[in-house]
Design a protein around this ligand. Structure first.
Ligand SMILES: Cc1cc2nc3c(=O)[nH]c(=O)nc-3n(C[C@H](O)[C@H](O)[C@H](O)COP(=O)(O)O)c2cc1C
Length: 225
């Protein structure tokens, strides 16, 4: 049975095909999940909406708690890490992670960055030992078979590598880097562009992104657990 973790990070409510001013990334993630379930009905879905309910940003207490060995943690430390523990538990259970990550000022929304800061956890998703031979940091989720799908949207266009604004797109690259650090390197993408133009270019881009989502569902489904 596949465990699918569905994450949305848009600050906008609802999907753009359901309500006016709705979110394109929510539309793409909902489409992916709906189609996936119709093909693999035994899939269990976990849902995390960081766009509407953002994890708390990392604090000094959080850092102190995370770097204190688990057996030595005081109650306040356990409390400081409780949301992070929940989010890490979800990632550990997931076989397939489908994340809707809009572009806000060339990177992911702050809500999604807070999510990343909570799941990149020493001793839980990455290891650290300054006395270790070779690399002092290592990914704890390597070889776990986890796959990540990043579904994005942006107002302007030409953000693919080598295109007009390719060098300004820090969404997919930063998400890929953080997930690779914890060991998730099997990553797929689709994105909508032209949201701000709101004309046929947006409509075409949505159609293309939806086709890309459909292709991803069938391609990843051939390896479904
Ligand atoms: C705070 C904010 C910052 C944005 N920054 C950018 C940007 O840097 N580049 C861009 O092309 N579009 C930008 N946009 C447009 C969004 O990327 C676009 O509306 C996208 O569709 C948002 O995702 P959503 O539809 O899932 O909410 C921004 C929108 C907001 C609300």
């Amino acid at each position: 049975m596949t465990m699918l973790l569905h994450i949305d990070a848009s600050a906008r409510y609802g999907c753009s095909d359901k309500i006016s001013h709705g979110s394109h990334t929510r539309r793409l993630t909902a489409r992916f999940v709906k189609q996936w379930i119709s093909l693999h009905p035994k899939t269990k879905v976990l849902y995390r909406d960081v766009g509407q309910d953002a994890p708390p940003p990392v604090t000094g207490k959080w850092i102190q708690a995370a770097f204190t060995p688990e057996h030595a943690r005081e109650d306040w430390m356990k409390k400081a890490l409780s949301m992070s523990d929940t989010l890490v538990d979800e990632i550990l259970q997931a076989d397939l992670i489908v994340a809707g990550v809009p572009m806000y000022n060339f990177g992911p929304p702050a809500q999604f960055k807070a999510y990343i800061d909570n799941i990149v956890r020493v001793g839980r998703t990455f290891g650290f030992d300054r006395n270790r031979d070779g690399e002092p940091y290592w990914p704890l989720l390597a070889d776990s078979g986890k796959r990540l799908v990043i579904l994005s949207s942006r107002g302007d266009y030409g953000y693919q590598l080598g295109n007009r604004l390719g060098d300004s797109n820090h969404v997919e690259a930063s998400v890929r880097t953080a997930f690779a650090y914890i060991g998730v390197t099997d990553v797929y993408e689709a994105a909508i562009e032209y949201d701000e133009f709101a004309d046929h270019r947006l409509t075409d881009s949505i159609r293309q992104a939806e086709r890309n989502v459909d292709d991803l569902v069938s391609m990843l489904g051939t390896h479904a657990i």
